[in-house]
Design a protein around this ligand. Structure first.
Ligand SMILES: NC(=O)c1ccc[n+]([C@@H]2O[C@H](COP(=O)([O-])OP(=O)(O)OC[C@H]3O[C@@H](n4cnc5c(N)ncnc54)[C@H](OP(=O)(O)O)[C@@H]3O)[C@@H](O)[C@H]2O)c1
Length: 293
């Protein structure tokens, strides 16, 4: 049973028909952020009935086909950027382009759809210079990724950690290799009360990431996961309202306790206003507006 129509579903959920980019065009500025200091943010992922987004040890799950690919592909044409965590980039080696959409009628190749800019949260620069995002970009099958990072802590001075000089040198070498392969490194500031000390976490502050992306001209971002990124964005949304829309695909399967979930450890959660639910093939796709509680 299916009454699915991804364009209509997305125009209802994202609030604008104009933003559905036609082949060969950039997305229109239909997705307008309520905050001029950050892009419009759509958080979207697919999960099993027991709220798992990956299998044991982070193994990629082929959760859905019909609903996810059609909605996801359309959504990708509607956003300037598509953001994932570095673990997803390393584990899944994704392409993050619009190859699952049917060929455009007036053009002959899917490259005529707007490709979103891949954005990888990766403080330690673990992305491989030979990943598909970079090899695809080199042949025009997607935009070159931007790797969002932050400068490593100082390598000298009284508080410098043991091995800090080597760590800085290795980070610089990885940066050079990624740039050589076509990536752009975007640095964000870490706020810390003690900038002289090594940071206690490598997680990049979500609001600083979004501000840096807006400063670089990214007007809308689709955040695709994985689990830690979903947690960070949901938490940031619970405290500071940084996510606008949540679109979740639920597949009719159960993964079990060894799968990767995102709910554990979520302290602050945002409020949700249901907009539309649609059956697509065997999957259920839900669209919600994120509201302050
Ligand atoms: N079902 C779906 O829709 C879907 C979508 C995407 C991914 N996935 C699955 O998710 C799994 C990976 O999830 P994951 O939780 O292991 O990793 P992840 O969320 O993809 O990446 C997390 C990593 O990103 C870096 N990071 C930088 N800033 C961060 C921040 N503010 N918040 C969180 N992380 C930040 C950290 O790298 P460092 O530790 O190096 O600093 C962190 O370890 C994969 O197996 C993939 O298949 C599923």
């Amino acid at each position: 049973m299916s009454d699915s129509n991804p364009p209509t579903f997305l125009s209802t959920v994202l609030g604008t028909l104009e933003a559905l980019a036609e082949p060969g065009t950039e997305p229109l500025p239909g997705l307008v952020s309520p905050d001029p200091l950050r892009p419009y943010v759509t958080l979207t992922f697919a999960q099993s009935l027991d709220a798992k987004i990956a299998g044991t040890g982070g193994r990629q799950l082929i959760l859905t086909a019909y609903g996810r690919h059609r909605v996801e592909g359309r959504m990708r044409t509607m956003h300037d950027g598509i953001l994932i965590g570095v673990n997803t980039a390393v584990n899944d080696n994704p392409q993050l382009n619009v190859r699952h959409l049917p060929f455009p009628t007036q053009n002959t190749h899917f490259q005529h759809y707007h490709h979103p800019r891949p954005l990888i949260l990766d403080a330690q620069l673990r992305l491989s210079p030979t990943c598909k995002l970079l090899t695809n970009a080199a042949i025009g099958a997607g935009k070159a990724p931007w790797v969002i990072s932050s400068a490593p802590p100082p390598a000298d001075g009284f508080f410098a950690a043991e091995g800090a000089a080597e760590a800085v040198q290795e980070w610089e070498e990885r940066k050079a290799a990624l740039e050589e392969a076509g990536a752009r490194i975007v640095l964000v500031e870490r706020e810390t009360l003690h900038p002289e000390l090594p940071p206690t976490t490598t997680d990049l502050p979500v609001h600083a990431v979004l501000k840096a992306l807006k400063d670089e001209g990214i007007r809308s971002v689709m955040v695709e996961g994985g689990a830690r990124i979903i947690q960070s964005f949901l938490s940031a949304s619970g405290t500071s309202g940084l996510v606008d829309t949540l679109i979740v695909t639920v597949a009719p399967m159960i993964v079990g306790r060894d799968g990767v979930g995102y709910g554990e450890g979520l302290e602050k959660v945002p409020g949700l206003l249901h907009l539309k639910t649609e059956v697509m093939g065997k999957d259920v796709v839900m669209g919600m507006k994120v509201v302050k509680v």
